[in-house]
Design a protein around this ligand. Structure first.
Ligand SMILES: [Zn+2]
Length: 376
């Protein structure tokens, strides 16, 4: 609160200084101009006094009295709103921005700024529908407002409204003059997943095709394609997809393990791939998958692969499978494995326990990959 008050105080002083400087510049003008300035200054000063006395609501009431919303006052208002929002005081930020919009003399630029700020207030407060409404108000006036488009896209993705997200992405791409095939492919992947969940396999296949026609690097599309091939008992499709993944997105192969084990499929192909590439993430996921049901199956797979851990992280994962004995170390390793940060974002570095196709922090698609011993 002290920081807010201090910044408000400085903002207030600046505002007053601007008004007095203007008054000094127009010293020769008639008395009425000075009176007008005084009327504008006093509610603001009273407001600042209330703020210093830690009475922000009374302060706000006073500031609303500022008779004419000239650009200086508007800047103070907008700065206040930003400050309240950044300190999590969303209600106050909303009231300030709504007050600006309620004024009859609001300029078109300020109208745009206030709607955008209000949208950000609601987005920060988690009221996504209202945020979208105000972003739309901005876009109604300026259809090429990139920040409003980007923010709306984020909300649509957050709400799993993939078709609407895809439409917004198209608009952004047209404005920026380049295409983000990977992003769009992942949106089609998310649509395909929804179709799969609704048992609409034909539509899912179409969406997967859309994704893979944009880029061969959409890991999600391959995983869904394997799922589809297993459901259709289509061995040829399964082999073809595995080969494509090995070539295009080998980092995601280990994600297939639960699916393949469940269907008792492709162990020969996986073993061949292990012998070629020595993919440790794949081997560990495979052993972990087996160990959930049968530790001895995991042990014999380890022997068959001649798997040797490359460092502490891999050793702990092996220990957590309980291959050796059920001693204190194993139980501690199991606990560690439960909360192990398995994936990291290559863009922003955030780490997660589960795999995400979109980074929860920087919102990049396809940027998460398994953390290996070398990453640390
Ligand atoms: Zn990220």
């Amino acid at each position: 609160m002290t920081a807010i008050l201090f910044v408000l105080f400085v903002a207030g002083l600046l505002f007053v200084w601007v008004l007095f400087w203007r008054q000094w510049q127009h010293d020769d003008e008639d008395e009425s101009a000075i009176v007008e300035h005084d009327e504008r200054v006093s509610p603001l000063l009273r407001g600042i006094n209330y703020l210093l006395a830690d009475e922000p609501d009374l302060a706000l009431q006073e500031m609303v009295q500022v008779a004419k919303l000239r650009s200086e006052a508007a800047d103070v208002y907008m700065a206040l709103g930003e400050m309240f929002r950044s300190h999590g005081e969303i209600g106050r930020a909303v009231r300030i921005h709504q007050n600006i919009l309620a004024r009859p003399d609001v300029s078109s630029e300020l109208y745009l700024q206030a709607h955008f700020a209000l949208a950000k207030d609601f987005q920060t407060g988690g009221l996504l529908d209202r945020a979208l409404y105000h972003y739309q108000k901005v876009l109604d006036v300026r259809s090429d407002h990139l920040d409003a488009l980007m923010a709306s896209l984020r909300i649509r993705e957050q709400s799993s409204e993939w078709l609407k997200a895809e439409e917004l992405l198209s608009r952004i791409e047209r404005l920026q003059g380049d295409e983000d095939g990977l992003h769009r492919a992942y949106l089609w992947g998310a649509l395909a997943q929804d179709a799969m969940q609704n048992n609409d396999y034909q539509v899912a296949q179409e969406y997967i095709n859309n994704a893979l026609s944009l880029t061969k690097k959409c890991g999600h599309a391959y995983i869904l394609l394997v799922n589809l091939a297993l459901k259709n008992n289509d061995t040829e499709q399964l082999q073809h997809t595995l080969a494509a993944m090995q070539a295009e997105t080998p980092d995601y192969l280990h994600l297939l393990i639960p699916l393949l084990l469940q269907n008792n499929a492709c162990s020969d192909e996986l073993m061949r791939y292990w012998k070629e590439q020595h993919d440790h993430e794949l081997a560990l996921s495979w052993m972990e998958g087996l160990a959930k049901k049968d530790v001895s199956a995991a042990t014999s797979l380890r022997e068959k692969m001649s798997f040797a851990p490359t460092g502490l992280r891999e050793s702990l994962r092996l220990a957590a499978m309980g291959m050796n004995s059920d001693d204190f170390f194993v139980s501690q390793a199991k606990k560690w494995r439960m909360s192990m940060k398995h994936y990291g974002c290559t863009q922003c570095g955030v780490q997660t326990v589960d795999m995400r196709w979109q980074c929860p922090q920087c919102h990049q698609w396809g940027s998460m990959s398994a953390i290996t011993e070398d990453d640390k």
